[in-house]
Structure formats: structure tokens, C-alpha cells
Write a protein of this length. Sequence first.
Length: 255
Amino acid sequence: MIRRLVLIASLATVTILAFSAPASATYHFNLIRQIHPSNGINGGEWVELQAFADGQNLISGNAWIRTFNSTDQLQSQYLITGSNPLNGRSQRTILISSLVSPAGVDADFVAPVAQLQMTGQDGAVCFTHNDPPAYTPIDCVAYGNYMGSLPGVGTPAAATPFESTLERSITKGCGTALDTADDTDNSTADFALSTSPPRNNSATPTEMPCATTPPGNPASPVNPAGNVRKRKCKKKQKRSVEIAKKKKCKKKKKR
């Protein structure tokens, strides 16, 4: 009887772990791609997240957007809630806004105006785990004359007045797609002002993954013509000609 109880308890523990372990892998491979402070009467702020791995769209109830002023005082916080966006492929974006359609783009999550308010010019925004009171940061960006001490922001990016957009550069690492190299924990190195409109989850990404063909293979980035194999063939042809000449010479000597 005791053995059965131990076995049942063990199976229950395994089952709980099986269901809970993947949860952290369903949203935390997202980075902040854009932020847009706004002082509109009806809101208008937006935060755009972008995934650098597949399966990162199960975000509802798991994460928060938290905003701060230049001295780390909490400005607003929003627990991301609602229906998860459908597309979980790498490079897809998730648009969170206090408007239904900021800049004419339908938001994936609409936050109450009071729960998504950024400070213009100077401040910070964090995308965090849902683990109050810690609110462990997944990614943060600071801008303007930010003087706080949030983790992973480094030197603040450019001042971002109301109705301006701050956007992450993706030129590091693979220069045509978002990857971990694009997050250096230094806001001024990672972000710059932009005029690009926001992008929601249904928008087809413009990013393209980099080729991973190993050097030396035909049509690889290092050896696009596949010359390695051709050179080997030429060497073999030269050797076979030399051997044939030697054989002819030996026959003549015998005669």
C-alpha cells in the first residue's frame, strides 16, 4: 500500500512538471521591438514584441508590460490578457496598445488606457514575467534622460517624445532577422528613433533567416561556385594524365 502511494505521488509530480515546465518557453523568447509613447486623450501608446524562436505566442496571463518615469517610479502596468495571437512562428510580432487600432493597425491586445501609459521624452518600458512582486524582467529599454537602475537597460536610447517611435535594430548577429545578438542590454546600442508603423501578429514578417550552409559546400556563402570539388577533380585528372604518360614511356623503353 505504501509503495502504491509513493508511486502515485511520484506520477503526480511528474505530471505537474510535464504541464508546468513548457510554460516558461511559450512567451519569454520575445524582445521589445517598438515602443510608442502618446499623450492622446484616448491613449495611443503601443508596445510591439517580436519572437526570435517558434512557439512564443502563448503570452496571455503570463507576462506584463510595465512603464517607468526617468527615476524608476512606476507609471503603469498591464497584465497581458485576452486571446493569444494565432501565429507562433519566429519573427512574428505581437502588438499591445491602449487603442484598438494604433496607426491603423489592429492591436493583438488592447490595454485599458490607465494601464498602459508611457512617459514622453525620458523613461523606461519593461516586458516582465508574471511573478509579482518580483516582476522579473525579460526585456527592458530606457530612453532620454533616464536615471534609474532597471536591469539590462545600459545607457538610455535617444529621447522619445510623445508620438515618437523607438525601434530595435536587428543588424547584429544575423543582419536580416531578430536573434539574441540584437539584445546587448544597452539601450542606446539596440534602439533608435524610427518612422516604421507598428506590426501585429497577422502581418507577414519581412525578416529573413540567414543561410546556415557550412563553408566549403557548393553554393555556400563562402564558396558560392563550389570550387572545392572542381579543384579536386582537376587534380585527379592531372594525376591520371601523368600516370598514362609514365606507362607509355615504360612501353617504349621495353621496345
